[in-house]
Ligand binder design. Structure first.
Ligand SMILES: [Cu+2]
Ligand SMILES: [Zn+2]
Length: 170
């Protein structure tokens, strides 16, 4: 009996340790409205990212893991306050300083751009082999005003511009 209890206990602890998810609740930077959540999970195909967001402007939006766990506004180099600037730059542990998109070998935080539907919703699930839950936890995820061409030209960082929504990853 004791043995069975011990095995049960180890199974429960084991499942708990293996079930390593991270989660982010995402808010509009403009007024703090909650727009949904994103779940991250390690799988054999890489990091699964499950996105459930609503009330976003339709169309393409740059979408990245940023390095700091903060969505607060801060002043840019010209002293102008910018939403979610405290999130920092795109997650780039290898210091490549290159924005090359999800398939490239630049910033590890470069994700596929978000396609928001007519009604403002986006519900997708994708896998990104270059990241793990451990790497994205205690960072942030940012939705930009404009799209992403996965290059630093003609605009830096894919041309996404302003940060319109953001969530800290826990
Ligand atoms: Cu970004
Ligand atoms: Zn980037």
């Amino acid at each position: 009996m004791k043995k069975i209890l011990l095995i049960l206990f180890l199974l429960i602890v084991g499942c708990y340790l293996l079930d390593d998810n991270a989660k982010s609740t995402v808010f509009l930077t403009q007024d703090g409205t909650k727009v949904g959540n994103i779940v991250f999970k390690d799988t054999a195909q890489g990091l699964m990212v499950r996105v459930h967001l609503k009330n976003l402007p339709k169309g393409e939006h740059g979408f990245h893991i940023h390095e700091n766990p903060s969505c607060e506004a801060a002043a840019d180099e010209k002293g102008v306050m910018q939403p979610a600037l405290k999130a920092g730059g795109h997650y780039d542990p290898d210091k490549t300083k290159q924005h090359l998109g999800p398939e490239g070998s630049g910033h590890k935080g470069d994700l596929p751009l978000l396609m928001v539907s007519e009604n403002g919703d986006v519900q997708i699930e994708f896998y990104t082999p270059r990241l793990t839950v451990k790497e994205v936890r205690d960072r942030s995820i940012v939705v930009h005003e404009k799209g992403d061409n996965y290059e630093d030209t003609p605009m830096p960082l894919g041309g996404g511009g302003k940060r319109i929504a953001c969530g800290v990853i826990k």
